[in-house]
Design a binder for this molecule. Structure first.
Ligand code: NAI
Length: 686
């Protein structure tokens, strides 16, 4: 229950792995507090966790179940702590998040290790703190600091945060000892125990601050109800604590079942699932991953240098190999400049930047591959070039080394066939910029060994990425779905929408950019080249829109040419497409000869989403995606699909089933794909 340390009851939260505050732990805390209260030898209480976590907060698996509301609920536990007649002090050695941090905020004092991290990340789940965080944190720090923490949800180290009322002590070691001393001092002082509610905030300043924050919310934030609710709760800090707590609770409860909160919870869950290989299907034979510490990256271009940074950030040794000395020098400079500027801006310590830079070696000599546990190829996207490179890798890499290609579209099996060891080959599809984008598609070839697949997934985890297993199909999961989406958007141009109508309809639901703005940014010639390569295999019965090809023929290659779908002045796009583009689109509409009408934003969104849903169903039916939810993870992490919409599969699940099927059938047959609608029942979990 507790241990008596010189008259202080030390209550250690013990609910592995992260001390989440489920019904049992909440009960145990209250029981231990009662026992301490009734023990005459005890003058104060210290609440602590372990070296890793104090408490990571609410038990997400209880969300939406009766256990979440089983007494004592968290606000009851917290009220019990705050009203204790013996001082209660939190000793935070590791992570204190959400409800865990709120527990600490209700204590009469707090001691933390300098490295302990605290935060209120509820906003990332579409919620706000619901157990006093919005009311106590502003009172214990400042409005500015508290609002910043709750708006971005990012944990801060105790060392970063204000001392004084938030932390009575920030120590290098023995936070429990420090907390015991604070408890004893409070008990001996004979004065009333300090509480967050002792401080009132000036109403005029609170209102002014909240108004400014409201005005500063981004358009994305305005699409999610939690941001507005958070500011409503912060506005209530100008009154008595009790009133504020009521307002906070009402705001919190109003959010729990919003579609945004449900979708964000869903993403939280399926992201974790995606990173585990499924127990069934081709990855069922799970094995211990091959160990990877020294990694060779071939090709020092955009991707190669980004991948190298991602690896160096994970404290791995990197050998960067090129065929071209100038490209090697440029790649090396990009990496070293990256670390120099991180150090200069204070985002990384000088020492950290130096050790990472020192782990990089560069070479033009293929013999250097002999030291690598993993080789990642990121050379030009041409099958002949890749096969040549893999022949060389095969000649130089040690037996058992994992061999990976970063190809976006090419056949991993055709690449593996260039080696004598296809079982060691897989795809590791990074996204650009590779050191920033979280998504990693781990591509299983026909011969990829289970421990190689496992090694790819483990690498993703080590790099802090969301790794998603995928089969070896053209475009894997992400580019396949994205292509289907873009194709439908092109159809809509011929049917009567202008590019800006389509882009606006999609950004207004939260996509960072619309498909035509994205196409301009990546360069239209990339898609043009691929279309030309695919032309011989194209089924003439399927619908094909040639607007992009015509734009490229006219030299409008996108942003780099200052003209694509849009025109660009100093890199800024025009709000509307110009006459040249409109004439091209009008010509395409006339050649098609179908009636043209304007499309509503709702219709545009529905068609775009249906296209993704259909492709998702095909991917699941083909076994390329192991789980329907993996498609959602890929689209959210790699393609700017708004996280609070959950992803295309999650969206489909919210729709009327019969109508969805009818619309899908109709859309697919209009595209000339016959009735090749994917297995939607399986996709939606029936
Ligand atoms: P890039 O053109 O920037 O870099 C390729 C580099 O490979 C060049 O520096 C070149 O000198 C080097 N190289 C070419 N042949 C070589 C050989 N035989 N031996 C050693 N080095 C050689 O290309 P980027 O954009 O970095 O793309 C590389 C790969 O990554 C491609 O397969 C691409 O499809 C894939 N990819 C690209 C993404 C992007 O957004 N750029 C995203 C995801 C994958």
């Amino acid at each position: 229950m507790f241990t008596n340390r010189g008259g202080v009851a030390v209550i250690t939260l013990d609910h592995p792995p992260v001390n989440s505050l489920g019904a049992d732990l909440r009960r145990a805390i209250v029981d231990a507090l009662d026992a301490a209260q009734n023990d005459a030898d005890i003058v104060g209480v210290v609440l602590t966790g372990n070296a890793k976590v104090f408490s990571a907060g609410a038990d997400v698996t209880e969300f939406g179940t009766p256990r979440q509301l089983q007494e004592p609920i968290l606000p009851t536990v917290i009220a019990r702590i705050e009203s204790s007649s013996k001082p209660v002090v939190a000793a935070i050695g590791g992570l204190a998040l959400g409800g865990g941090f709120e527990l600490a905020l209700a204590c009469h004092g707090r001691a933390a290790l300098a490295t302990a991290r605290v935060g209120l990340p509820e906003i990332t789940l579409g919620l706000i703190p619901g157990a006093g965080g919005t009311q106590r944190l502003p009172r214990l720090t400042s409005l500015e600091q508290a609002a910043a923490m709750m708006l971005d949800g990012r944990p801060r180290t105790a060392a970063e945060l204000a001392r004084g009322t938030l932390f009575n002590a920030v120590v290098e070691h023995d936070e429990v000892g420090a907390a015991c001393r604070i408890a004893q001092e409070l008990a001996a002082s004979g004065t009333a125990l300090p509480k967050a509610g002792d401080r009132t905030l000036d109403a005029a300043s609170v209102n002014e601050f909240v108004d400014a924050q409201r005005a500063a919310l981004s358009s994305k934030q305005k699409l999610q109800p939690a941001y507005g609710a958070l500011l409503d709760a912060i506005a209530a800090t100008s009154g008595p604590l009790e009133e504020g707590l009521k307002t906070e609770r009402a705001c919190f409860l109003s959010l729990v079942s919003t579609p945004a909160a449900q979708a964000l919870r869903y993403q939280f869950k399926v992201e974790r699932e995606a990173s585990r290989l499924p127990d069934a299907g081709p990855d069922a034979a799970q094995q211990t991953p091959r160990a990877l510490t020294t990694i060779a990256v071939i090709g020092a271009g955009t991707m190669g240098s980004g991948i190298a940074i991602a690896l160096l950030d994970a404290r791995l040794d990197v050998i960067l190999l090129e065929q071209d000395p100038d490209a090697l020098a440029r790649g090396q400079a990009r990496i070293l400049d990256h670390y120099a500027s991180r150090a200069k801006s204070g985002k990384m310590s000088e020492a950290d930047a130096r050790t990472r830079s020192e782990r990089l070696t560069t070479t033009l000599d293929w013999a250097a591959l002999k030291d690598a546990d993993l080789v990642i190829e990121a050379v030009f996207e041409e099958i002949g070039v890749k096969q040549e490179v893999f022949k060389k890798i095969d000649a130089h890499a040690r037996p058992g080394a994992v061999l990976a290609t970063n190809t976006s579209y090419l056949d991993v099996d055709a690449i593996a066939a260039a080696t004598s060891r296809p079982q060691d080959v897989l795809g590791l599809h990074f996204f650009s910029p590779a050191n920033i984008m979280k998504l990693l598609e781990v591509v299983r070839g026909a011969h990829t060994a289970p421990d190689v697949m496992a090694a790819g997934m483990a690498l993703g985890k080590k790099l802090g990425k969301v790794a998603v297993p995928t089969g070896n199909a053209f475009g894997f999961i992400g580019n396949r779905v994205y292509n289907a989406y873009r194709r439908e958007c092109e159809f809509m141009l011929e049917d009567g929408a202008w590019p800006e109508d389509v882009d606006k309809a999609l950004t207004s639901m939260g996509f960072a950019m619309g498909p035509f703005a994205v196409a301009d940014l990546s360069g239209l010639d990339i898609a043009w080249r691929m279309r030309k390569a695919q032309a011989p295999n194209r089924d003439p019965r399927t619908r094909y829109v040639d607007i992009l090809d015509k734009l490229c023929e006219a030299g409008r290659l996108g942003r780099k040419a200052d003209a694509g779908y849009y025109t660009y002045t100093d890199g800024k796009p025009s709000r509307q497409t110009d006459d040249v583009v409109r004439a091209l689109i009008t010509d395409a509409r006339e050649r098609r000869g179908n009636p043209v009408r304007s499309l509503s934003a709702e219709e545009i969104r529905r068609r775009a989403l249906l296209a993704m849903v259909n492709e998702a169903a095909l991917l699941v039916a083909e076994g390329v995606a192991s789980r329907p939810s993996d498609v959602d993870v890929v689209m959210v992490q790699g393609y700017g699909f708004p996280r609070w919409e959950g992803g295309p599969v999650h969206w489909a699940k919210q729709q009327d089933r019969a109508q969805l099927l009818k619309d899908l059938e109709q859309q697919v047959s209009a595209a000339g794909f016959g009735s090749a609608v994917g297995d939607v029942g399986r996709l939606l979990g029936e």
